[in-house]
Ligand binder design. Sequence first.
Ligand code: UT7
Length: 338
Amino acid sequence: MSLTLKPRTTARAKISAVGTYVPPRLLTNADLEKLVATNDEWITERTGIRERHIVDKGVATSDLAVEAARICLANAGVDAKDVEAIILATVTPDMLFPATACIVQDKLGATGAWGFDLSAACSGFPYALQVGAKFIESGAHKKVLVIGSDVMSSIIDYTDRTTCILFGDGAGAVLLEPCEEGEIGLIDYLHEIDGSGAAALNMPAGGSRLPASHATVDARQHFVHQDGGAVYKTAVRKMAELAEIVLQRNDVKGEELGCFIPHQANKRIIMSTAERLGMAEDRVIINIDRYGNTTAGTIPLAMNTAMQENRIKKGDLVLLASFGGGYTVASTLLRWEI
Ligand code: UT7
């Protein structure tokens, strides 16, 4: 037997294009006032959210993901057939299996791609970004589509005022490609999971622990359950802690960042993290007012906001940060190359 080993290459990975999609229908704070005992002032002051986009009945996570991916590929000038892998972060897959990545691959006509779903709640996008980057860095692939897509409205209890005001539906996709000469792309990351936080934020039923039954439906266990205060306190501490480590070990100061693109769960969490990092408010990308918390969609949606508002440019150092169910925490340092 003669074994032919492929030559090993190493490359740096960069984000070469972004595409996002939110469904057209709006759910405003005024709409929520008609559903639960809440008011615009409370929601705006405590969270920063004014409105979110919600799908029409029958629209699924793959539908949003495909729209975002098509825009991303068009922006990159890349044919879907040339995509080699699709990594889709979500907690609201179209169904438990097959993976939503498979459904997206088929709808996109990405006939040369393999892929899979990744479950890390609000840190899903940065986790998928690092997994995708490893395929580029190892030389295994040259075009990896990373998508964060969630239809949170499918798992939200619109009789629970503590959660229904927070979430929206949306998707974002980025293309990862090897850096060109002179580019740097993704620089460093730090991730942490802490399963002791599982009880504070979860959807109890529908998995192997509590399969769907009349009893689980009656007990409203197919919805998001959250101990908001516990999650808030840990989010404020952990997002800043991991971000500080990543900045320090790369010798980057908060004020040297072109922009800070955080997960959008609560404007107060974002601002307290930014303050600890010494970031001026005008460098912090916030669009939670328009979209709410779209879980895996927030960071690419915020990247798009930064681009639309001309608040990010090629060569900028950018910090991503997230905290979410799991608990999952992520901090990513990169140089923007678009
Ligand atoms: O992305 C995934 C990770 N998730 C997060 O990062 C979310 C983290 N948590 C939060 O963002 C905040 O904890 C919430 C926005 C969920 C809640 O804000 P809070 O300032 O922690 O409020 P609270 O839960 O301490 O509630 C304060 C009061 C309570 O009333 P009492 O007990 O003081 O009389 C609540 O019942 O506000 C009441 N309340 C509301 N009032 C009007 C709770 N929800 C509402 C509401 N409208 N929607």
